[in-house]
Design a protein. Structure first.
Length: 273
């Protein structure tokens, strides 16, 4: 087998070839819409930011300011205009984050997210004129996932429960830790027939005194929320047993001088007679 000798000249030629390839690739990527990340997670009733960037090279001059459209795609045949549309169900809930029409930033803010907002994908689309032609391009879409506040407390005197409502997505994982070690885990059953929103993830664990507990909700490998559980130092029953004893002693101490005083008064009355 013949050996290939790479010299400094050949290295320079190789770099030139790579540079040309990058320029060609840049031209191929011109006039594109990117939406990153492809899924975002927000708490119920928060405002959700959804990214959209319009990218094109200087060589690909855009003669007409791009017209922005946002749609919610729930199926191949069902699409809802998110913005702009005065008749949209999302009216007054969507703001464009950058009002400059020449800006590459075409992101929007969806206000006060609700459970029904977590169905489907949100697509960013742009219509514009470049190279004397009308063109349209769109992003790959972004999925909105929602969670609610976490409950983590006593189910009864002997059991501890952690529960949280989430939108339907197989990536959500609820975990319960005892002294730093994972002891229980719950995910959404993808075969569950119910498609209702929200979905409740809950875990119940026997409570042991002196143990430290923590509940966590993850989306894949990313932690969304965690909450520790603080065990009460004393139970109400113990407190009731402790309180009467000092009260009894206090009353007994007060009775001693009263008894002595009564005895002295009785003695004085006897002497006067």
């Amino acid at each position: 087998m013949a050996k290939v000798l790479i010299t400094s000249n050949s290295k320079r030629d190789l770099w030139n070839i790579l540079s040309i390839a990058l320029l060609v690739a840049a031209g191929a990527w011109a006039q594109t819409v990117t939406q990153k990340p492809d899924e975002v997670v927000y708490k119920l009733a928060q405002n959700a930011s959804m990214d959209c960037q319009f990218i094109h090279t200087p060589e690909q001059q855009v003669a007409k300011n791009p017209i922005l459209y946002w749609h919610k795609i729930t199926s191949l045949t069902q699409m809802t205009r998110l913005w702009p549309d005065p008749e949209s169900p999302y009216k007054d809930r969507v703001d464009v984050l950058d009002s400059d029409r020449n800006s590459p930033n075409r992101s929007v803010l969806l206000k006060n997210v609700q459970w029904e907002d977590s169905t489907g994908k949100y697509e960013c689309k742009l219509s514009y004129r470049a190279a004397k032609q009308d063109k349209r391009t769109k992003g790959s879409g972004v999925k909105l996932l929602i969670h609610d506040s976490m409950f983590f407390g006593l189910e009864n005197e002997t059991q501890l429960m952690c529960a949280v409502n989430v939108s339907r997505d197989d990536g959500f994982v609820l975990s319960l830790l005892q002294d730093g070690s994972k002891v229980f885990q719950k995910t959404i059953d993808p075969l569950h027939p119910s498609m209702s929103l929200p979905v409740t993830l809950s875990v119940i664990l026997p409570l042991e005194k002196g143990k430290n507990y923590e509940c966590q909700i993850h989306l894949g490998s990313t932690m969304i929320m965690s909450q520790p559980f603080q065990q009460p130092l004393e139970t109400p029953g113990t407190l009731e047993k402790v309180l009467p004893e000092p009260a009894f002693l206090f009353v007994a101490i007060l009775l001693v001088p009263i008894t002595v005083l009564l005895a002295l008064l009785t003695a004085l009355l006897v002497l006067r007679r």
